[in-house]
Ligand binder design. Structure first.
Ligand code: ZN
Length: 313
């Protein structure tokens, strides 16, 4: 099982105002900012990582906050809903909290015999609090207002919207080792047995829906998790054998990555557990100051001048 895809590693989305993004995820949702760095391909913009106390894969949500970004549109070829796993009995707390903070949300409903509460972040990104019907023993990050009995434990699932699910389903089952679990209306659920949590991918088939526009309030890519670089490179061969293009191995400082676009249009990444986030700062310090990759370290002064200031109190 060690050489399997171990569910979701992280999900990356696009936001607008960085301060608003920081406030929502740390204060309203009660996540920890586990890394504050720059977009490695565009160091004039931030890259924020939110997760549990350690930035454990399976619960890392990352953002490129671009202050003047245009509003994106969800559609085909995109990850369209992010599901967080929350404890049984916590949905009333979350609904009341969303009302208190004027967070756009729907009503509690059910899919695949699991209760969920849909909501949107300030940029319009679709999220869900879901009570998993299987055990989730992950230890959450807690704050004064979001305590252990209600706190998010990491991801439960990710939902991809597709015009036709067949070719994407084949990636999940033939390459990633997922199994088809069931179908409700046009929602098809796939799950891997290689890990207990963040193990679900739902494919929402909408034949008529237009392609999405990837900008503010939409997801940029979904990263799947492997334990190390040897496993990563083994998947590179499998993706190529499946007839798809894939990047070379890329060093993202906190993990090693490969990227490929799956046939349904969603950008997939495969990312390693190693080395993790406590490389350039200690676990206690995670997210407390701006971290730069080696190649930008000598430009710190200029970079800090251009980046918007963030109040992390
Ligand atoms: Zn990524």
């Amino acid at each position: 099982m060690d050489n399997s895809i171990l569910g979701i590693h992280h999900i990356t989305a696009i936001a607008g105002d960085p301060q608003r993004n920081y406030n929502f995820y740390t204060k309203v949702l009660g996540l920890r900012m586990v890394k504050r760095t720059v977009n490695f391909d565009d160091p004039k913009t931030y890259h924020f990582y939110f997760g549990d106390g350690n930035g454990t894969p399976g619960g890392i949500l990352t953002f490129f906050p671009w202050p003047r970004v245009r509003q994106g549109v969800n559609g085909a070829g995109m990850a369209t809903e992010i599901g967080y796993s929350v404890p049984a009995g916590s949905l009333d707390f979350w609904k009341a909290r969303f009302e208190k903070f004027n967070v756009s949300h729907g009503e509690v409903s059910e899919k695949f015999e699991e209760q969920f509460l849909p909501f949107q972040d300030p940029d319009g990104l679709n999220l869900e609090m879901i009570v998993s019907k299987t055990n989730d023993n992950r230890k959450p990050w807690v704050t004064a207002e979001v305590k252990e009995e209600v706190a998010t434990k990491g991801f439960h699932n990710i939902t991809l919207t597709l015009n036709d699910i067949e070719a994407t389903a084949a990636i999940l089952t033939d390459i990633f080792g997922y199994k088809f679990l069931g179908q409700e209306d046009n929602l098809h659920r796939f799950k891997t047995d290689a890990i207990e949590t963040a193990a679900i991918v739902d494919l929402h088939e909408k034949p008529q829906v237009a392609a999405g526009l990837n900008a503010g309030g939409t997801n940029h890519h979904v990263a799947f998790r492997v334990k190390d670089e040897k496993t990563l490179m083994a998947y590179r061969v499998k993706v190529i054998r499946h007839g798809l293009d894939i990047t070379e191995k890329i060093d993202r400082d906190y993990f090693f990555s490969l990227y490929f676009r799956e046939p349904g249009g969603v950008l997939f990444e495969i990312a390693t557990d190693n080395p993790g986030f406590a490389t350039d700062e200690t676990v206690e310090e995670l997210g407390s100051s701006l971290q730069l990759p080696d190649r930008y370290k000598s430009s710190r002064e200029q970079i800090e001048k251009v980046l918007p200031e963030i109040n992390t109190n």
